[in-house]
Design a protein around this ligand. Structure first.
Ligand SMILES: [Zn+2]
Length: 244
């Protein structure tokens, strides 16, 4: 069992999901967190991006998130190193980046980032916990490379055509909070060696309050699990479709 204080976790995205998951990990005493985000705080997102306040508008999220997570951890007695990376995870270097961590938590706001992070983590052999939410519904999935279902087993490929995204369709703050907290719980579970948390799709419907878990088998035709995807070439990922 890994010691949480020695664990290294990369948070991809410091929006609503990253705010919730990051707080879980910092308060639990995960010893090294790196926050990667290239966006700035937008007042319209404050209902779900709980690490920020009105006075932060226009400032880059990554350094703010790092500072707040470090302070939260300190308030409950943990010495946590939190590093800010003002960057978007791009195909070039994604696999190497993922390979520097014990686990990746992805809360990005577009499908391209989600598939890129899934591929990069599988290629680097690093477990990943991913989630997404739009309007009143969301999902979360933890994946251990070579052992359990991945994002491509569930969603196959970057969708074509216009998609509902959090920026275009909106998303309800508490729905993001629930999914981010589940991501945090799944991440802690994997870090302490509970692999049963992986390969289960958690879905939450905020309007009805329905929370479901369904075991997802590794799909035979999944190109990532079958080993057909050998790099993170830019051609595999459509441009990000949600900027906020
Ligand atoms: Zn797969």
């Amino acid at each position: 069992m890994a010691d949480l204080a020695d664990s290294r976790v990369l948070l991809v995205g410091a929006g609503g999901l990253g705010s919730a998951a990051g707080q879980v990990l910092a308060r639990a005493g995960v010893g090294h967190l790196t926050v990667a985000d290239d966006d700035v705080v937008d007042l319209s997102n404050l209902q779900r991006q709980t690490l920020y306040r009105e006075a932060d508008a226009g400032q880059p999220k990554a350094p703010l998130a790092a500072r707040r997570l470090q302070a939260l951890a300190a308030e409950v007695g943990h010495e946590v190193e939190v590093v800010a990376r003002e960057m978007r995870v791009l195909p070039d270097g994604a696999r190497e980046l993922a390979g520097r961590f014990d686990l990746v938590v992805e809360g990005g706001d577009n499908f391209a980032t989600k598939f890129l992070v899934a591929d990069a983590c599988a290629l680097a052999g690093v477990p990943v916990v991913q989630a997404g939410a739009v309007r009143w519904v969301g999902w979360a999935l933890a994946s251990i490379p070579g052992e359990s279902a991945c994002l491509r087993c569930v969603f196959e490929d970057v969708p074509s055509g216009p998609q509902d995204t959090c920026a275009a369709a909106g998303v309800i703050g508490p729905v993001v909070g629930v999914l981010g907290a589940i991501q945090g719980a799944l991440a802690l579970s994997l870090l302490v060696g509970r692999s049963a948390a992986a390969g289960v799709l958690h879905s939450y419907r905020g309007l009805s309050g329905q929370l479901r878990r369904s075991a997802v088998p590794r799909q035979q035709p999944c190109p990532l699990c079958r080993g057909d995807i050998e790099d993170t070439d830019v051609s595999r990922y459509l441009p990000p479709d949600c900027a906020a």
